[in-house]
Design a binder for this molecule. Structure first.
Ligand code: B12
Ligand code: SF4
Length: 518
């Protein structure tokens, strides 16, 4: 049987990286079946095109995964496929939180033949077998332990994802028109992939707005260090072979949740030479440890995603996140910057203590720190979170099923000290101020003593990150963006070229010296 795993396009931000679930389920599929992966964010297809594709390929089962944010799109795709007679199973966080909705048992239309709840690693093969036998059931879920909780996959052993041979073409981040030029640059930049890797699952912190503790549990399961290192080495070999670049996104919700284990993993990575450039999510409270930050730098860490949420401690307490202290943010970022590591700092507006002007106040703080990539969202009540329950109980949800009429940057509940419109404006102001050509220039200037590759990577990341809020998918949009930011681009390119020529000259002289000595 042929299986299509499909991830819907989220329509707004696009994704810079493929979704791990697709590769994981592909690896866990019994070998007699074939799996095709399509990520709508990378490979745009209309619904009729997708239906036609499934007919042409004689697809026997379609698996669709979705976050809440794009579930309405996922349902539309599922509806079209089911109308054409294809069997659809849906999984992922949203369906787990609202299974009756997908099955049409909450008063709405049915979208899926089957739903896969929670972590599907241990029962995916069963779904495939049932579908192949024409016996797909309605609901699949993990077995329960003696206490009635989901039995969680241990992650040891961990499935082998054949990164070395997978077709990753749809996920290359280098625009097609720049590939010929960039493939000749340095070690080769004609292809650039960000690859998701997990080293563990679960988070004990239980922030009020977050689904992770409910979904993955509050105790953490880790892969063995050997299996992570082995996966990294295969990726590194592929990057070298293809004269491209691969960066890793460690998608663990808090890579440093167990500092002792992370230090051991980083030491093993360094010892094995498994040091690709990587980014990881780590909460600010765990980054004060100098030894840890040194190891992160030595093991290839380039960017750390930090959920800072707010500069107001009252907001942090409201969402049960006061383990993360805004007064420490500057020191944490400075500590990272001293090692040429920068942060993707995530902020949420529309929190209960936010008032109009919050964007300007937040940005004034941000601009006084080492530069990073700030991202701005709004407090969103995802189903099954403590936040959703609190807002529902207090009658503050204005769109209780906000995901069915998804509206970008429009809150689904009334904030306490501002309006929904205010929150949208604040978010917009924050994005435009943080990624204006002037701010980009200023940020690059402020790290002028950092190595040239760090500064180039910083600027390139700023240009990509801007795309989370401002659509910039086509060639024309990119050209406009590059033109608007021509000053830092030209100056870094000139300096990069000079550095490269000096490097080549030095290499030639060294080679000549070796020859003479022989
Ligand atoms: C990496 C990541 C991202 C990446 C993008 C996604 C990507 N390309 O991988 C980035 C950083 C861009 C991102 C952004 C966002 N993210 Co995010 N992200 C994650 C993160 C940390 C890891 C995802 C992952 O790979 N997990 C590991 C895999 C193995 O787990 P999984 O995806 O759940 O899949 C398992 C099961 O769900 C199931 N399954 C999943 N799909 C399917 C499909 C089928 C058919 C079947 C059978 C089974 C199945 O099987 C898998 C194996 O067990 C999760 C948190 C988490 N730990 O999952 C948040 C998470 C998914 N993100 C979340 C959110 C809210 C966002 C944002 C909206 C945040 C924001 N406000 O901007 C944005 C928007 C994303 C977008 N552009 O559409 C929420 C989603 C909650 C929800 N109910 O939807 C999560 C759960 C985190 C949270 N705080 O609650 N994110
Ligand atoms: S926001 Fe981060 S730290 Fe808080 S519960 Fe979710 S994953 Fe854990």
């Amino acid at each position: 049987m042929k299986i299509l795993l499909y991830n819907p396009d989220n329509g707004i931000t696009r994704n810079f990286m493929p979704h791990l679930w697709m590769f994981l389920l592909q690896s866990l599929t019994p070998k007699e079946h074939e799996v095709i992966l399509i990520d709508g964010n990378a490979k745009a297809m209309t619904r009729p095109e997708l239906v036609q594709f499934c007919k042409d390929e004689n697809i026997g089962l379609v698996g669709i995964g979705s976050m809440t944010r794009m579930v309405a799109r996922a349902y539309l795709v599922a509806d079209s496929l089911r109308e054409a007679g294809f069997k659809v199973v849906m999984g992922g966080p949203h369906v787990t939180e609202c299974p009756l909705e997908a099955l049409g048992k909450d008063g709405g239309p049915r979208h899926a033949d089957a739903v896969a709840l929670g972590e599907a690693d241990d029962y995916w093969a069963q779904i495939v077998e049932d579908a192949a036998n024409g016996e797909l059931k309605e609901t699949y879920q993990p077995q329960l332990d003696e206490k009635g909780n989901d039995f969680k996959p241990s992650l040891q052993p961990y499935p082998h994802i054949p990164w070395e041979s997978l077709d990753l073409e749809q996920f290359s981040l280098v625009p097609k028109f720049l590939r010929p030029v960039l493939s000749k640059f340095g070690e080769g930049w004609g292809k650039f992939f960000v690859v998701p890797i997990e080293t563990g699952r679960g988070c004990p912190y239980g922030c009020e707005f977050c689904t992770v503790t409910g979904f993955f549990g509050d105790s953490i399961r880790f892969r063995s260090n050997e299996s992570v290192v082995e996966e990294l080495l295969r990726l590194k070999a592929r990057a070298k072979k293809e004269k491209g670049q691969i960066a890793v996104f460690f998608i663990d919700d808090n890579l440093a949740i167990n500092k002792k284990r992370l230090k051991a993993l980083l030491r093993d990575m360094i010892a094995a030479g498994a040091t690709l450039p990587w980014v990881a999510q780590i909460s600010a409270n765990l980054l004060a440890d100098e030894e840890l930050v040194d190891l992160i730098a030595d093991a290839g860490g380039r960017w750390v995603f930090i959920g800072m949420e707010s500069i107001d401690p009252a907001n942090m307490a409201d969402v049960n996140k006061n383990f993360s202290k805004p007064e420490n943010y500057q020191a944490v970022l400075d500590g990272l910057a001293r090692r040429n590591i920068y942060a993707i700092t995530s902020f949420i507006f529309g929190m209960d203590n936010d008032t109009p002007g919050v964007a300007n106040r937040t940005i004034a703080e941000i601009e006084s720190w080492a530069p990073g990539l700030p991202v701005f969202g709004q407090l969103t009540p995802f189903p099954s979170t403590p936040l959703y329950d609190r807002l529902e109980k207090s009658g503050r949800l204005t769109r209780p099923k906000h995901w069915l009429d998804f509206a970008p940057f429009v809150m689904a509940h009334d904030p306490l000290k501002m309006t929904i419109d205010d929150a949208k404006k604040e978010t917009f102001d924050a994005w435009s101020r943080s990624y204006s050509p002037e701010r980009n220039m200023e940020a690059i200037e402020s790290i002028k003593n950092a190595p040239i590759d760090t500064r180039i990577s910083h600027l390139a990341s700023r240009l990509f990150f801007r795309g989370i809020y401002f659509p910039q998918m086509g060639t024309v949009a990119w050209i406009k963006l590059l033109f608007a930011n021509r000053k830092p681009i030209l100056s870094l390119t000139a300096e990069g070229f000079r550095t490269w020529r000096l490097y080549r000259k030095r290499r030639r002289l060294e080679a000549r010296a070796v020859q003479t000595a022989q």
